[in-house]
Design a protein around this ligand. Structure first.
Ligand SMILES: [Zn+2]
Length: 238
């Protein structure tokens, strides 16, 4: 890596709808970075590079950019939440103010109108409070998945054997074709329900077609015509 060099000028480009900040510096090579958690894209370019050249260079890396931004979207919400009163916590795409109440026994989370109330033990740290919240999140998403399967399995004529919820780093869901078990990412509880519905339908579609091929997409089109918009929303950064 070169020494941190001062920016000579800075400009904004739009690469297929993704805003990119260009910083011209006294350096030899171009550098590209996607910042977490914002997903902001920044490129450092040698000062002799024209904006056209930089743009072309970025278009060649468009797939990589999309992948990086998706990876960041899959990460739990940052900046690191402390699970303390006054913070905002997500549920089904909405922010809810958190109230932490300390009690001597029994931990739980309850939704009271717009607010979430987390009952914590006196000695609990942020990680332990997060576990209480994750347990509750797991209950919320489990209920919703059950309701969605009740609707979609008979509608599609595709039945899973069971489902599981877990934290996944690289995908929203998966389907084991042989055992017919589907897995869903716990993070979906923070996205609008329409995103979870899209992932459930996607995974059930794998019971008809293993691969992401034309047949798979035709099936998706017939089951959920707006699945592309939902996919975009799912991968959007919060
Ligand atoms: Zn798939």
């Amino acid at each position: 890596m070169p020494k941190e060099s001062k920016s000579l000028y800075s400009a904004e480009l739009l690469i297929n709808g993704i805003p990119v900040t260009v910083k011209s510096k006294r350096i030899k090579n171009m550098y590209l970075r996607v910042r977490a958690p914002s997903g902001d894209v920044e490129v450092s370019a040698p000062r002799q590079c024209s904006l056209n050249e930089i743009e072309r260079w970025l278009f060649e890396r468009h797939d990589w950019l999309i992948k990086q931004r998706k990876r960041i979207a899959l990460q739990p919400a940052l900046p690191e939440l402390q699970f303390i009163s006054g913070e905002e916590h997500k549920l089904w795409g909405e922010n809810h103010p958190l109230d932490v109440v300390v009690k001597k026994r029994g931990t739980s989370v309850k939704r009271l109108g717009d607010r979430l109330r987390l009952i914590s033990l006196p000695h609990y740290n942020a990680d332990q409070r997060k576990q209480v919240m994750d347990r509750w999140y797991r209950e919320q998403i489990t209920q919703e998945v059950k309701a969605l399967l009740d609707i979609w399995q008979p509608r599609m004529g595709a039945y899973s054997s069971s489902f599981g919820i877990r934290a996944m780093k690289t995908r929203w869901g998966s389907c084991n074709i042989r055992s017919k078990k589907i897995w869903l990412n716990l993070e979906l509880v923070k996205k609008p329900v329409s995103c979870l519905e899209y992932v459930v339908v996607h995974e059930l579609t794998h019971l008809f077609e293993r691969y992401h091929n034309a047949r798979f997409y035709a099936l998706m089109d017939s089951f959920l015509p707006d699945w592309r918009e939902r996919k975009k929303l799912t991968n959007q950064l919060q």
